[in-house]
Design a protein around this ligand. Structure first.
Ligand SMILES: [Ca+2]
Ligand SMILES: [Ca+2]
Ligand SMILES: [Ca+2]
Length: 115
């Protein structure tokens, strides 16, 4: 499979899950409270999610810390060391934001969040 497609398949559910959770919880990712999530707001949210997922704080998202399929794991492992680092996880989330931002205006509106 094309690597880019694999990455998009991997990150879209994560990004959708993240933004849905953010909205369900009263839009904590929407720091300026303007009703949409900017790329910068999403990046902050993704950083928090990545650090929170690394429960033992070893800098890597292990299999028992966040459930990823083998394909998602490979797609996110951009340096090919067989492990998904906090940085790689975060980059995957941001790639998901770009995939969800269909009109490419740098924010996720309600219609783009999917629910
Ligand atoms: Ca870890
Ligand atoms: Ca890696
Ligand atoms: Ca948009």
């Amino acid at each position: 499979m094309n690597m880019r497609n694999a990455l998009l398949l991997a990150v879209i559910p994560l990004a959708a899950c993240l933004s849905a959770n953010a909205w369900a919880a009263g839009t904590p990712g929407d720091y300026n409270d303007d009703g949409s999530i900017s790329r910068e707001e999403f990046r902050n949210q993704a950083a928090k999610a990545a650090f929170a997922a690394d429960k033992n704080k070893d800098g890597f998202i292990d299999a028992d810390e966040f459930k990823l399929t083998d394909e998602q794991r490979r797609a996110m492992d951009s340096n090919g060391d067989g492990k998904v680092s906090v940085e790689e996880f975060q980059a995957g989330q941001v790639a998901g934001f770009d995939a969800l931002d269909k009109n490419k205006n740098g924010t996720l509106e309600a219609s783009e969040r999917g629910r």
